[in-house]
Design a protein around this ligand. Structure first.
Ligand code: IVH
Length: 674
């Protein structure tokens, strides 16, 4: 970095310090406490101001400045760093008996009686890291490695907003040296999203959130890590100089006060019975948690006792990982069948010997598509590892090849639809095989089911089984027919009591005035999901306006690109769909126009994009802006607030510089909209 020629004025030094302090604090309020006290725009303004000052006076840049979270160049490989204190692992227990034995063992070892005070914590299923703070500043971060040495992933950890770059000193000063240990993880919904994106881009999916977290953390390019939604929960310390703790609980409270993210579910438990009760309670809550845990950790609270107990070869005597029933299990594939989705998409499914996975019996798992079956090479007769992650549909993780019988049968995608016998198609370049028959019973049932869904017409009680019954009995062919159903149509059918017939007919009739976006989503236009439906609804207000829109009109809607526009036009060009809309109208379906847009965090801000973006398509980037109340324009003027410059930006970049418009990198833009 070349220092600027002029000496730095004292007021600039002061302002830079002030800005950093404020930014560190607002980062803490936002990412650690989840309780911001300033708007995103205000935060952004402070960050921009700091950036400008640092640009002007590069000698003021420090590695722990809030501007330094992104931007480090990629590495060739990771260096290794020794841990001052070994990073141990934990002894596992899988039953109450084993937990009781652990407690009894401690009592014998210490020749003690009476209950121990324990601290009990969720056992996060991610990737262990150590964060070193010297005089309050984050200096080195590493993975656990072999426990003695880990990989230096400092630049990657710095991109994570849940990791403080500076220790917060509002409650107590930072110690001379502090090594914080914690688990980097990924929330389940983010994991799922990441995998969907990877599959769409022909990249292999991560087997579970743990692999996704570890893989993201071990990227040589910090920009990639920065784009992955990683978080951390801190659960302990390594070496500490300049501060003494007497208990583990006290340590965790101090970490919290210093601005580290500590799991809110941690608790104190007096005696092993209370710790076991905690295990049961958390196991119960587990399915509702946004992240994966694989058990609870029971730790002796007193550090004096911890010291007396000491460690064995690889794990401390004073702690126990009391695991839950696993969410991965092995079982045998008895058959591979295919499902017909609402768009006619054919999805291969493994039919398996029923097995309990994380407390739920599983007998079917999705295999996604033909290429995925081939990539995993799943055959009928194979023994496979299946997993459930949260509420996600169970999936086959991998084949246990050693157990493959000689007569294992490879899967072949059927040539004809198993429901309607129509020849299936798989257009070149697409992954999905489809049944092209619009009258296919399978697709009909699925599309009616989609129409009735919560984010669509929200018809309570209209499940797949009932729909199949209605279709099979010739009572409905498409969603338009639903509104003609009467109680008398339903009561003769099997399983239909008078009351339930009444309820369903009422639910159908009550669904006639949905918000426009839900009606749009209900129609099941390809590429028009909930988010796009909302953008379209904001723009067109009613169905007729959308149906009459030209391609140019459609492309004017932020978030709508060529593919979406073409799909919308194709949908409404089809006489069949026009007929369907007419049928819905005749039945009295009338959508509600959207309310005026609430002011979002980017309200009143105009963005211009130039150059290639890595992490978003242009459409996505535009949609992110408009969804937050901002506007996107195609040319730079004095009215432009931000120019987002991707790779090889064009003349708009020069224009922005000329006009003094704030220029954002893609990463900065991402931070702003996330
Ligand atoms: S304490 C000496 N607490 O589990 C104690 N570990 O098998 C060391 N883990 O490598 C760890 N949540 O990555 C501790 N609340 C928690 C934890 C936790 C997850 C992981 C950690 C460690 C592994 C030990």
């Amino acid at each position: 970095m070349t220092p600027s020629s002029n000496p730095v004025p004292p007021e600039v030094i002061h302002r830079v310090q002030e800005l950093r302090e404020q930014l560190h604090y607002h980062n803490y309020r936002y990412y650690i406490l989840d309780a911001p006290t300033v708007s995103d725009a205000e935060f952004d303004r402070l960050l921009r101001e700091l950036e400008r000052l640092e640009e002007q006076y590069p000698e003021l840049v420090t590695p722990d400045s809030p501007t330094q979270r992104v931007g480090a160049p990629p590495l060739d490989k990771f260096a290794t760093v020794p841990h001052r204190q070994q990073m141990l692992s934990l002894e596992d227990a899988f039953s109450e008996t084993e937990a009781l034995e652990f407690d009894a063992r401690l009592k014998r070892f210490l020749r003690a009686e009476g209950d121990f005070d324990y601290v009990v914590e969720p056992k996060m299923d991610g990737c262990a890291v150590e964060l070193v703070y010297e005089r309050g500043r984050f200096t080195v971060g590493s993975t656990r490695g072999d426990g003695i040495r880990g990989e230096n992933v400092t630049q990657n950890l710095k991109t994570m907003h849940t990791i403080p770059l500076q220790i917060l000193e509002r409650e107590e000063p930072a110690p001379e040296l502090l090594e914080v240990r914690g688990e980097v993880y990924m929330d389940l919904d983010e994991f799922k999203k990441l995998n969907d994106e990877r599959l769409a881009q022909d990249e292999p999916a991560f087997a579970n959130p743990r692999n996704a977290a570890a893989g993201s953390l071990r990227q040589l390019d910090p920009k990639i890590t920065g784009a992955r939604p990683l978080k951390i929960y801190c659960y302990g310390v390594g070496e500490v100089q300049g501060r003494k703790f007497s208990s583990h609980w006290q340590t965790l409270q101090a970490l919290r006060a210093w601005g580290f993210r500590v799991n809110p579910l941690i608790a104190q438990a007096r005696g092993i019975d209370a710790a076991i009760a905690y295990h049961h309670r958390i196991e119960h809550q587990r399915r509702g948690l946004p992240y994966e845990i694989d058990g609870v950790v029971i730790k002796v609270d007193s550090l004096a006792l911890q010291e007396r107990l000491g460690t064995k070869a690889r794990s401390p005597r004073w702690a126990l990982a009391y695991k839950f029933a696993p969410t991965q299990e092995t079982t045998r594939v008895m058959d591979i069948v295919v499902n017909v989705g609402r768009t006619g998409a054919i999805t291969p499914m493994a039919v398996m010997e029923p097995v309990e996975v994380g407390g739920v019996t599983v007998s079917r798992a999705t295999l996604h598509n033909e290429d995925e079956v081939a990539r995993k090479d799943v055959r009928v007769g194979d023994t496979v590892l299946v997993q459930r992650a949260g509420d996600v549909i169970p999936e086959v993780v991998q084949v246990i090849l050693e157990k493959r019988p000689p007569d294992a049968r490879p899967f072949e995608m059927p040539k004809i639809c198993p429901v309607c016998n129509t020849e299936l198609v798989r257009p070149p370049g697409e992954k999905v095989t489809r049944c092209p028959n619009p009258d296919c019973l399978g697709a009909q049932v699925r599309s009616i089911f989609h129409f009735a869904g919560k984010a669509a017409m929200d018809i309570d009680g209209l499940g797949e089984k009932i729909i199949l019954q209605l279709v099979e009995n010739g009572l409905i062919r498409d969603v338009g027919d639903l509104y003609r159903l009467t109680e008398d149509d339903l009561t003769p059918l099997e399983r239909f009591a008078e009351k339930s017939a009444q309820n369903i007919v009422a639910a159908i009739q009550n669904s006639k005035t949905p918000p426009f976006w839900r009606l749009l989503n209900a129609l099941g236009i390809r590429f028009v999901g909930e988010a796009t439906a909302q953008l379209l609804a904001q723009h067109f207000h009613n169905l007729e306006a959308l149906m009459q829109a030209s391609k140019e009109d459609l492309l004017h809607v932020e978030g709508v690109g060529e593919q979406v526009a073409a799909s919308i036009q194709e949908f409404f060009d089809s006489p069949r769909n026009q007929e369907l809309v007419k049928k819905l109208r005749d039945a009295g379906v009338k959508e509600q126009p959207p309310a005026a847009r609430a002011a979002g965090p980017l309200a009143g801000k105009t963005f211009v994009f130039t150059g290639g973006l890595d992490r978003f398509s242009r459409e996505e980037a535009k949609a992110l802006v408009t969804a937050r109340g901002g506007k996107v324009s195609s040319s730079v003027s004095a009215k432009t607030d931000y120019v987002v410059a991707g790779a090889d930006p064009g003349s708009k970049y020069a224009k922005a510089r000329e006009l003094g418009v704030t220029i954002l990198s893609e990463a900065e833009f991402e931070e702003m909209v996330r």
